[in-house]
Design a protein around this ligand. Sequence first.
Ligand SMILES: Cc1cc2nc3c(=O)[nH]c(=O)nc-3n(C[C@H](O)[C@H](O)[C@H](O)COP(=O)(O)OP(=O)(O)OC[C@H]3O[C@@H](n4cnc5c(N)ncnc54)[C@H](O)[C@@H]3O)c2cc1C
Length: 434
Amino acid sequence: MAQKSFKYVILGGGVAAGYAAREFAKQGVKPCELAIISKEAVAPYERPALSKAYLFPEGAARLPGFHVCVGSGGERLLPEWYKEKGIELILSTEIVKADLAAKTLISAAGEIFKYHILMIATGSTVIKLTDFRVEGADAQNIFYLREIADADKLVEAIKAKKNGKAVIVGGGYIGLELGAVMKINNFDVTMVYPEPWCMPRLFSAGIAEFYEGYYAKKGIKIVKGTVAVGFTSDSNGEVKEVKLKDGRVLEADIVVVGVGGRPLTTLFKGQVEEEKGGIKTDAFFKTSVPDVYAVGDVATFPMKLYNDVRRVEHVDHARKSAEQAVRAIKASEEGKSTDEYDYLPYFYSRSFDLSWQFYGDNVGDTVLFGDNNPESPKAKFGSYWIKDGKIVGAFLEGGSPDENKAIAKVARVQPPVENLDILQKEGLSFACKI
Ligand SMILES: Cc1cc2nc3c(=O)[nH]c(=O)nc-3n(C[C@H](O)[C@H](O)[C@H](O)COP(=O)(O)OP(=O)(O)OC[C@H]3O[C@@H](n4cnc5c(N)ncnc54)[C@H](O)[C@@H]3O)c2cc1C
């Protein structure tokens, strides 16, 4: 079987891989030293676009429009860019075996890849309802969204089931973004989730009230406090109904499920130290195995700001951890040191004409400020999280770039707060004067 050797191999061709490639090129990489191996058929792209502009009925985003690094305002790395830099893009190639001791990866087709340094950037996979043996969950037109191929199938179904009924299972990021985009596609949308409010892992009840009210105003029905326990399908095998635990039955032409992800670490089980469900790294994304790094969704890394170790499944961290790992690899080759990763968590989402940003940690008491009335023509509101007398997190809907910078600064500086009522009255202006 064919065997290829590289000095550096990035396993996975997603967000982290693309940003790592750019950093390798910046730091200096010789032709044929670096390879990216990906089971996807396309060069690295900005994954968040898949649940947003990729699904728009008009003016939809399509490749090559959203290859990395456009998402952070950088240059778009087209397949030609990799060629020019002598970086080998090995696409449509799934690695099915990794032997870290022998520094070898083996693909589904039996190709062997040897490396000197490996960067694991395999990201996450979706949790499926079939994993829990939910009755009828293998029916057609039940979709999950992780890769561009998944999004393409959904686009086809949207065209085929024009103006139909969509049920969205899950009230997290994917649920909220897909609920909106299916409505924009003129579907009759119902969202179902078990929690008392949407995005409970981040949103406070006050924040969620705004989004649920706004979605209701757009005509989206929200069913809370229950879960999908089964599906029925028609004679073509296409989903027809969603059965809920509380006995209700919802008609559906399309179901989109967003019930969470799982980091793709199985290839390395028993070969590398793990923690909190991810591959344990230090502040340079080095794992417990020499010459093996892990970045993006799969890495459990030291969060210096909170004196804690965490795994973060967000695009900003995927970009920054990849760059940090490459800087660390290059610095160690030159016998130099590099700064420790000092990450400030940053998450965002967009749906309809809404856009929010969050920075820091969502622990402690919350103070909601501003106009969070979903009926307002231009609602703008936010929230602070206060722990041990200091602001540790800040959220803002509808902020300008300067205002978003201000809430980021507050979350980083962690100013003390004495009176929560005064903070509530000052609202955003408190952040703007820090
Ligand atoms: C639809 C969607 C919308 C999102 N929206 C947002 C958002 O608005 N804001 C935000 O902060 N985050 C968002 N995220 C999360 C963000 O995209 C991820 O955190 C980020 O992509 C992680 O980057 P990564 O490089 O670690 O993994 P990924 O980008 O997932 O890349 C992993 C790559 O590895 C490949 N791979 C995996 N296993 C193998 C194997 N065995 N062999 C070969 N290749 C393999 C995969 O095919 C993929 O190409 C979204 C995610 C999704 C799915």
